[in-house]
Design a protein around this ligand. Structure first.
Ligand code: BYC
Length: 470
């Protein structure tokens, strides 16, 4: 296995020291990245000691080392999963041929676009979350936020490495541009819609890490299948980090459900007004946040019918997540039925790949809901949390601007506009959630709207000083 070299200015396992030109180019980008982190990364907390994990090995066992680190000193670096000997292209028209170690000329701009789009989301999410440290519900949660943030920073490094190493001058320019676009910026926004949405409260953070990071899992899995081997290896290692981000979302939302049920029991009511007056998040309000972030994240899969996805698959650039689970890896004959506002349409499966991915993503999203609903059922309440229909509130694809309710039923435009805030957070809902966001930083203590987690980090007690504020 290729060792991780932490003695260099840029930690890496790609033998950077033996490629002076690339090393110099990345060392030139490094201070720009650090400048971006200072300006656009977590607001304040640069002097705080944070109990962070750092990668020490790229295999699934024991890759992490834990310790107190000041975030600007985090060892961001370049880590690829080990090469698979004699790896072959696993799908598309070139199936069975050896994978590529360099970028084929004809796919250069498409591949660069995919890498830039992936790379753009990483710093975007750090920017979206930059103010949250000021309103953390506990030190445990604050540490988890910062862990996610530094790892997103490293994921940016992962894509910037590919741009510098394989795309020459235009790759270097794209790497600079990744630090110049900003989430929500009127002139230079981030590329994908969801990454321009503000994440200004912790309920949104948990929804974001539950839904949007899960899109990350699916996209990274499909890029891990790529015939471009360096991209595949990078994504395979990124996936090991991604799991923790979804854990933050799933357990965060689960802890909110738990706390709300406690308050409901204590008060003997499910009346949202009384639950809110008690400083907790009523379940219908949680449902609105789920609707908002799920529908936004569904857009990240692109259009239901997409010639881009067909071309990317046929040429071997981007497969399906866990491509090995399918039997047909070429899809030249297959047909898929796609749900459109005009009814079911039969389209070549190659053109329906975004939809196939979106469907498996939605199934994966169900797992948390099943768990939370079991807790609600056990507490004796009839309400069930649900995922919105993929037709609801779409900004990309065939269902754009269709007046559809979260169950997928078509409404009149007038009814849709009138009722939209029954389904997604209104200004008052958001103001209420913001009012709950009071910072709690005593070790072991939790804000009143969220239950403690089942256990601490790395077997430490819950009242451990996960962040030492300076
Ligand atoms: N917003 O044929 P279409 C993560 C554009 S998250 C704005 O429908 P295609 C993370 C599209 O770019 C994972 N624009 O779809 C999570 C295209 O524009 P161009 C990020 C959108 O191309 C949390 C046009 O519409 N990774 O890692 O098959 C924290 C027509 O495209 C949107 C990736 O996305 C949108 N929602 O698929 C941190 C993987 N959707 O190129 C990180 C790389 C589509 O014609 N990206 N468009 O100008 C891709 O594979 C594809 O670009 C997409 C779109 C899946 C996004």
């Amino acid at each position: 296995m290729s060792a991780m070299n932490y003695s260099e200015r840029i930690p890496n396992n790609v033998d950077l020291a033996n490629d002076r030109k690339l090393q110099r180019a990345l060392e030139h980008w490094q201070p720009e990245f650090l400048g971006w982190w200072r300006e656009m990364g977590p607001s304040d907390f640069a002097q705080s000691d944070v109990y962070l994990r750092t990668a020490t090995s790229v295999d699934a066992q024991g890759w992490a080392q834990y310790g107190a680190v000041k975030m600007p000193d985090y060892r961001w670096g370049i880590f690829l999963a080990d090469a698979v000997p004699d790896r072959r292209i696993g799908f598309g028209d070139a199936m069975g041929e050896p994978v590529w170690q360099q970028v084929p000329g004809e796919y250069r701009s498409t591949l660069r676009r995919l890498i830039v789009t992936q790379g753009d989301t990483e710093p975007a999410s750090v920017e979206q979350q930059r103010m949250l440290g000021h309103t953390c519900p506990s030190l445990y949660d604050l540490r988890n936020l910062f862990q996610v943030n530094v790892e997103e920073g490293r994921h940016l490094w992962a894509m910037v490495y590919l741009l510098h190493a394989y795309f020459g001058r235009d790759g270097r320019e794209e790497a600079e541009a990744l630090l110049q676009r900003h989430s929500g910026d009127a002139d230079k926004p981030r590329i994908l819609g969801t990454f321009n949405e503000p994440v200004s409260d912790w309920l949104s953070l948990y929804c974001f890490t539950y839904f949007t990071d899960r899109d990350g899992k699916y996209q990274l899995k499909s890029l891990a299948e790529s015939a471009f081997d360096p991209l595949s290896r990078t994504c395979r290692f990124m996936l090991t980090e991604e799991a923790h981000h979804m854990f933050v979302g799933e357990t965060g939302l689960g802890r909110i459900v738990k706390r709300t049920l406690e308050v409901m029991k204590e008060l003997g009511t499910d009346d949202p007004a009384r639950i809110r007056a008690h400083g907790a998040i009523d379940l219908p309000l949680l449902q609105k946040y789920l609707n908002f972030w799920c529908s936004s994240s569904l857009d990240l899969f692109g259009s239901e019918i997409s010639s881009n996805s067909a071309a990317n698959f046929a040429s071997g650039l981007k497969g399906r997540p866990d491509e090995g689970q399918y039997t047909d890896h070429v899809l030249r004959e297959a047909i898929t039925s796609v749900d459109t506002p005009e009814g079911a349409q039969q389209v070549p499966s190659l053109n329906a790949l975004n939809e196939v991915m979106r469907e498996s993503y939605l199934k994966d999203c169900e797992t948390g809901l099943k768990r939370w609903n079991r807790t609600i059922e056990r507490a004796g309440y009839d309400l069930r949390l649900t995922l919105p229909s993929p037709r609801f509130r779409r900004s990309i694809g065939l269902w754009v601007n269709q007046p559809v309710d979260p169950r997928g039923a078509m409404l009149s435009r007038e009814e849709y506009d009138r009722r939209l805030h029954e389904w997604i957070p209104s200004a008052e809902d958001r103001a209420f959630v913001r009012s709950l966001m009071q910072r709690v930083v005593e070790p072991g203590r939790m804000a009143a709207w969220i239950a403690p987690p089942d256990r601490g980090i790395n077997n430490l007690p819950l009242d451990y000083q996960y962040v030492t504020l300076q």
